[in-house]
Design a protein around this ligand. Structure first.
Ligand code: CU
Length: 311
């Protein structure tokens, strides 16, 4: 909305307004209406159908649905509170405005206990409600007690990724994508294959520094810490190709720590597992070459074949 006045202030726009002489006011109003209409058209055409998901990306995982619901619900709540607050402000500004000829001061109140209690209790109540839903959804997003269909042990390293398909005993290993301004770099990125509608458990470890596993389309990310094992589960619900990246500044080539995710039908996934074995990527890349000692007990969280360097 702030674009409208900015547009009027720009050097390119002002000569048009000043050269029309007596029609300046009308022209200015016309410009303003045209600007608002243009912005509205842009907003409606560019983002149509996305208001319902709060302008987040389309949902392609069960986690994504949960995050979208929390996001949209929170916005509805804050907009309702905003509308009430703006309404009260507007009412007070009009109802108690200074009238012509009235030079008296209004009644000067030092405090109003019921009012002060109200505007303490209501915000605390609101924060409690937001906290409840956030905590509930966060607990569900990191819950790993559900029965999983497959396990992928992900190892982050400066500045790429190793993906261990634990159940199939094959792996994919990547090197960082050298971005140099030319197209076609996606072909160099390591690819993580996932079967659609299967619950996958990601076991996350880092070999060197803190990284973060992030597939924006899944609306889920989690830190990867050297010496510490993190886990989460997720079910991709749509076939497609998505981008993955490191979400924690991890050194010089952090921005090039990229990968692709291909969510495919089970048959295609199985084919890829066979393919990886055929090209000599059988076995798993162990995660134990960390700079840090493991947090006691955490090694047990890593699937045994991916734990130590016996492969
Ligand atoms: Cu990183």
């Amino acid at each position: 909305m702030h674009l409208v006045p900015e547009h009027e202030d720009t050097p390119a726009a002002s000569p048009v307004v000043t050269t029309v002489g007596g029609g300046t006011g009308r022209r200015r109003t016309g410009l303003r209406i045209a600007g608002v209409a243009g912005l509205a058209a842009l907003a409606l055409s560019g983002c149509q159908g996305q208001v319902s998901n709060g302008y987040l990306p389309p949902v392609v995982s069960d986690s994504g649905q949960r995050v979208t619901d929390l996001w949209v619900g929170s916005w509805i709540a804050v907009l309702a509170v905003g509308a009430i607050t703006w309404g009260l402000m507007l009412y007070a500004a009009i109802r108690f405005r200074k009238r012509k000829g009235d030079e008296t001061l209004p009644v000067q109140l030092r405090y109003n206990v019921p009012m002060e209690l109200l505007y303490t209790v209501i915000p605390v109540f609101m924060v409690a409600v937001f906290f409840y839903y956030t905590a509930r959804d966060e607990a569900a997003l990191v819950d790993t007690s559900t029965k999983k269909d497959l396990t992928v042990s992900v190892v982050a390293k400066q500045w790429s990724w190793d993906f261990n398909y634990v159940d199939s005993d094959v792996h994919e290993t990547g090197v960082h994508t050298e971005l140099d301004g030319t197209y076609g770099k996606r072909a160099q990125m390591p690819v993580l294959y996932l079967p659609v509608n299967k619950r996958v458990e990601f076991v996350l470890n880092s070999r060197d520094v803190i990284h973060s596993f992030w597939v924006p389309a899944f609306m889920m990310k989690m830190d990867m810490l050297p010496g510490k094992t993190n886990k989460f589960q997720l079910t991709p619900t749509q076939v497609g190709t998505f981008q993955g990246k490191c979400a924690e500044l991890c050194g010089a080539y952090h921005s090039q720590m990229l990968f692709m995710v291909k969510v495919v039908p089970q048959a295609e996934y199985d084919q890829e597992m066979v393919h990886l074995k055929d090209i000599g990527q059988g076995g798993l890349i162990p995660v134990d070459a960390s700079r840090e000692h493991m947090v006691p007990g955490d090694a047990q969280k890593i699937p045994a074949p991916a734990r130590t360097g016996s492969n």
